[in-house]
Design a protein around this ligand. Structure first.
Ligand SMILES: C[S@@+](CC[C@H](N)C(=O)[O-])C[C@H]1O[C@@H](n2cnc3c(N)ncnc32)[C@H](O)[C@@H]1O
Length: 292
């Protein structure tokens, strides 16, 4: 067998022990599991970090991560290893459901003086919360005088910064329906910007879903799509319970296409469409004062 030599400046992928240690840090930090045999994926996503730090192997990288000074780098490692793929109007049936069923009664409540809170949890670079915002604004010309907000959170500060900037590659806005693109997207030099009033509805925050949540709940709609798929089962189950507690009576939970609440889960959430769930309106027993 001939071994191909590493190119100058390159380094070997993590060995099994190093991969196990990186997996442990990722699971503890973000609840994300990576299977065995993912050494080349880890190598392709972390190589830039090692080069930037001037490190020649994963042994030195892990030594850094395990020091108190490595705290920042642990965050960067999580950012590098998470999957951020997203796009506008992804799984469009959820936006159709929002338009037809979910938002009209919420808008009526807001017009009667109530508040409406929507959360895009694991929002990546913002295409999901801005898609929600465009549908909302399209339904409500009076949006500026209503108490409606969209919270967009992600563990990765690079993603929330991109969301805040609201500038996208022109090719990436292709899935935006033409009528909405005309009203809510502005074309500039080689970029497209989400504009008001859709942009101002969304606030971006960094948040690890496995940490404490500073918000007190009271959400009418939670989108958490294509996020929990990367979590281990206990982390998923904890998350479903926390989402249920954060929803108001009649609140909606939207998951990604390959995510489901387990059929035997002890939950009051009931199926309300394709990978969407809803709390009953009455008698759900929520004590959350944010829902009043
Ligand atoms: C595949 S993207 C999904 C984006 C969007 N929800 C969608 O469906 O298009 C998954 C996002 O979840 C974020 N994420 C992963 N683990 C997380 C955690 N523990 N807490 C918060 N966000 C997390 C990642 O940074 C990434 O941006």
């Amino acid at each position: 067998m001939t071994l191909s030599p590493l190119l100058p400046g390159a380094f070997a992928p993590p060995n099994a022990a190093e991969l196990a240690e990186i997996s442990r840090l990722l699971r503890e930090g973000a609840g994300i599991v990576i299977g065995e045999g993912k050494a080349s994926m880890v190598q392709s996503r972390l190589a830039k970090r090692l080069r930037t730090l001037g490190l020649g192997d994963y042994r030195s990288y892990l030594a850094l991560l395990n020091t108190p000074e490595g705290a920042d780098e642990r965050g960067r490692m999580l950012s590098a290893l998470t999957t951020n793929v997203t796009h506008f109007f992804r799984e469009n049936h959820h936006f159709e459901q929002l338009r037809a069923k979910v938002l009209p009664p919420l808008l009526a409540r807001a017009r009667a003086g109530g508040k409406v809170r929507i959360w895009s949890a694991g929002c990546s670079s913002g295409q999901e919360p801005y898609s929600i915002a465009m549908v909302l604004c399209d339904l409500a010309d009076d949006i500026a005088r209503l108490d409606i907000r969209i919270l967009a959170t992600d563990i990765d500060p690079e993603m929330t910064a991109l969301g805040r900037a609201a500038r996208y590659d022109p090719a990436s806005v292709e899935p935006v329906p033409v009528a909405l693109a005309r009203r809510f997207l502005a074309h500039e030099d080689h970029a497209v910007t989400v504009c008001e009033p859709a942009r101002g509805l969304v606030s971006f925050r960094e948040l690890n879903l496995h940490s404490n949540w500073p918000m007190r709940g009271g959400f009418d709609v939670i989108f958490c799509r294509n996020v929990a798929i990367y979590f281990d089962k206990p982390s998923q189950e904890t998350l479903w319970r926390r989402f249920e507690a954060a929803l108001c009576p009649g609140g909606w939970l939207f998951l990604g296409h390959s995510e489901r609440l387990p059929a035997d889960a002890p939950t009051r959430l009931v199926t309300a469409g394709i990978t969407s769930y809803r709390l009953p309106m009455a008698g759900s027993g929520t004590e959350n004062p944010q829902c009043r």
